[in-house]
Write a protein of this length. Structure first.
Length: 129
């Protein structure tokens, strides 16, 4: 079931989200100043391509993460969040798209401050518990 949801997700906008996250990561990687944000962008690109069966957990909440997230919000986070909200609105008008719209809203919140977050596979996490 998770595979079916992920395939539908990818077709109904996941590829757009993943592409924009990848674009942000590539732009950040090209600049020396953007290198601290590159791993977070690539991590979120993978998550936004295939989100079902995985969760995002908060990690480091130190001063460095806070400062990086503030700068991220100003320069990249708001436009990534905006595209997630736009996709959520488009999907919410259909009955079948409502679960995907909720996922886009979750991704919009994550995209505001992705530094210090980690993506965990739900099946692996449940085996560790």
């Amino acid at each position: 079931m998770i595979l079916v949801l992920n395939i539908l997700w990818f077709i109904l906008g996941g590829f757009i989200s993943a592409s924009l996250w990848l674009l942000a990561g590539i732009i950040l990687a090209v600049t020396i100043i953007g290198l601290p944000w590159t791993p977070a962008a690539f991590r979120m690109a993978g998550f936004s391509a295939w989100p079902f069966g995985r969760v995002v957990e908060d990690g480091d909440r130190g001063t460095t993460s806070l400062l990086l997230n503030i700068l991220w919000f100003v320069f990249a986070g708001w436009w990534l969040a905006l595209q997630h909200v736009a996709l959520a609105i488009g999907l919410a008008v259909t009955i079948i798209g409502i679960p995907f719209a909720w996922q886009h809203l979750k991704l919009a919140l994550i995209s505001l401050a992705p530094v210090g977050k980690s993506v965990i596979d739900v099946r692996t996490a449940s085996l560790d518990a």
